[in-house]
Design a protein around this ligand. Structure first.
Ligand SMILES: *Cc1c(COP(=O)(O)O)cnc(C)c1O
Length: 354
């Protein structure tokens, strides 16, 4: 039996979107391929509220995270972490020999504007990385407040991980001043895993131009230059299947309406938060609670593994806590094309099992 996924990626994918993955192939050096990629780029610009160039990468989101740090750090990177995915970004820097410092918050706490200001005031850094929505702890960082601080440091490249939030909540990339905003297909966008997408600002282009060793496959400047020169094509063979499905799904997203989509995510989040407070506790501080997934503190000491097994028998799946938070927390994703009714059904089902 198929289990309906309420895990923070991969998410449940609609049947009609899955079918688009089976579109017959076209040549990747054809006008049709250029048109497909150009169309996706324009739609992604609209979704991300940006005029920056859009880069697609046939990798998961981690590929572009590694590529961004490697391609654009000239001096030293300040990497703010509020959990597992922030830590992973730091590891990507150090394993590539890129000078970087990890600036961590306690689990469940956000990255604050003060932390960013303090680090950047040292003048040591020319790039920062921030996790918009930390999928392990369920914290959504206050990026609007951080943006106020970033205006003081116009020379610093800002990379933002929106892997588990882009498409589920409003992220105005240009207003915030984000240079490289990264996401991937299998979370709020509601597609199968396998493709990553980012915005790439002129500042990021200038920064990358000064970096000598940017690698090859994930060299974001090379991707950018190729797209410009070859009319929206790729240096290597992209996953055209994902591109067909992404193009289609973006049309569906605009047909729903961005504001409606964000409101639906918020409504689902409010339902899950209210249920959590009635039965358990929220893991993050409520004002930083994510709109796309909820991390629940397992205050009743239930066996999350058992609960998920029983949910599985009914055709549903949620997530255990991430890493060391396993069994101490569990996570319910409310993202992509999940509906308010589905979330209600899931919560009622959990009620009957705990
Ligand atoms: C899932 C996730 C990642 C990793 O993305 P992949 O597409 O699996 O490589 C990075 N950051 C966050 C916040 C995530 O939720």
């Amino acid at each position: 039996m198929h289990k309906k996924l309420f895990i923070p990626g991969p998410v449940e994918v609609r049947e009609d979107v899955l079918e688009k993955m089976a579109t017959p192939m076209i040549g990747h050096r054809t006008k049709d391929a250029s048109e497909l990629q150009r169309g996706i780029s324009e739609k992604m610009q609209r979704l991300m509220y940006t005029k920056s160039a859009i880069l697609l990468s046939t990798s998961s989101g981690s590929g572009l995270m590694e590529g961004a740090v490697r391609s654009c750090t000239g001096k030293r990177a300040a990497m703010f972490s509020v959990g597992a995915f922030g830590d992973r970004w730091y590891k990507m820097a150090t394993s590539n020999g890129i000078p970087a410092d990890l600036i961590s918050s306690e689990p469940g706490k956000p990255t604050t504007p003060e932390m960013v200001d303090k680090a950047l005031a040292s003048g040591k850094y020319d790039l920062i990385t921030i996790t918009h929505n930390e999928t392990s702890t369920g914290v959504m960082n206050p990026v609007e407040e951080i943006a106020q601080v970033m205006h003081k440091y116009p020379e610093v490249v800002w990379c933002l991980d929106t892997v588990s939030s882009m498409g589920g909540t409003k992220i105005e990339v240009d207003t915030l001043g984000v240079d490289i905003c990264i996401t991937s297909t299998q979370k709020c966008l509601g597609l199968p895993p396998g493709m990553a997408i980012c915005s790439f600002s002129e500042k990021a282009v200038a920064a990358a131009s000064k970096v000598e060793f940017r690698g090859t496959y994930l060299d974001l400047l090379e991707l950018y230059n190729y797209i410009k020169k070859k009319d929206h094509q790729y240096p290597s063979t992209p996953s055209l299947s994902h591109m067909f499905a992404l193009d289609y799904q973006l049309d569906r997203i605009f047909a729903e309406g961005l504001e409606n989509r964000f409101a639906r995510h918020l409504k689902m989040a409010e339902l899950v938060r209210a249920w959590t407070k009635e039965n358990f506790e929220l893991f993050p501080e409520e004002r930083y609670a994510s709109n796309t997934l909820t991390t629940v503190k397992n205050t009743r000491g239930i066996s999350v593994g058992d609960l998920n097994k029983k949910l599985g028998e009914k055709g549903y799946m949620i997530s255990n806590g991430y890493g060391s938070l396993k069994e101490l927390t569990f996570r319910i994703a409310h993202m992509a094309d999940a509906t308010i009714d589905e979330i209600r059904t899931l919560l009622n089902l959990i009620d009957s099992l705990i």
